[in-house]
Design a binder for this molecule. Structure first.
Ligand SMILES: *Cc1c(COP(=O)(O)O)cnc(C)c1O
Length: 218
């Protein structure tokens, strides 16, 4: 099945209010262009270098999102153009984005990545630690950041009840945080190729889909 067919099929099947992020990591610029030709404008990448290289040569109306672990020393390379950094998982990273965004006169949209699973190798805040940080007030003082919501992943498991539990927990985190950030806090990014339908059932507003669109990554 062609990439453009997959894009239109997916877009047709997502409920109103759920946005498709096409995860193009490890896939070629021509694959991105195929999705672009089918009308897709929002793309996710997990590595800074690849994101910057694609953004430099592909159409400027593409909305690039950083979804992978971000090192502080690489923030500078994407802050001038990135549309949303979904993977903010530490106070020091938030601070670095705030400083660099200020330097280029931008307000950068971010999501707070939360790990609700038992998987310790997963990136993301533990919710209690995130709440401590948020309640400390530093994040709210970072004037060059706009906190748009929450990003997370479910446990990599065949047990549907575990996956559902994780998505329900992320939704709960989102609900607890929203009153602190207000109206702009409107993105709950969860669900990938294997589990996005369950994520949508639990309130996802944004799904990040790679292999179902572009094929396996090698
Ligand atoms: C790779 C990746 C995805 C997409 O995964 P697929 O299973 O290929 O759909 C989504 N979110 C993050 C954070 C990723 O790194």
């Amino acid at each position: 099945m062609s990439i453009s067919f997959k894009i239109s099929e997916l877009k047709g099947s997502l409920p109103d209010g759920v946005e498709l992020v096409a995860v193009s990591k490890f896939h070629s610029e021509s694959s991105v262009m195929e999705a672009y030709s089918a009308g897709q404008r929002v793309f996710g990448e997990s590595r800074v270098q690849e994101l910057a290289a694609k953004a430099a040569v592909l159409p400027s109306d593409i909305e690039w999102r950083m979804i992978g672990h971000l090192q502080r020393n690489k923030v500078r390379q994407i802050v001038p153009f990135v549309a949303l950094i979904e993977s903010v998982d530490s106070a020091r990273l938030a601070q670095e984005i705030d400083v660099r965004a200020g330097e280029c006169g931008r307000v950068v949209d971010i999501l707070l990545q939360i790990n609700v699973t038992q998987e310790l190798n997963k990136e993301g805040w533990r919710f209690e630690e995130l709440m401590e940080f948020v309640n400390g007030g530093d994040l709210l003082r970072m004037a060059n950041l706009r906190v748009r919501g929450v990003m997370g992943m479910a446990t990599n498991s065949d047990d549907e009840s575990v996956v559902r539990g994780d998505f329900a927990a992320l939704r709960c985190c989102f609900g607890e945080l929203k009153p602190l950030f207000g109206d702009a806090f409107d993105i709950l990014s969860m669900g990938m190729s294997g589990d996005y339908e369950l994520a949508i059932e639990h309130g996802a507003t944004s799904v990040r889909i790679g292999s179902s669109i572009f094929g396996e990554r090698y």
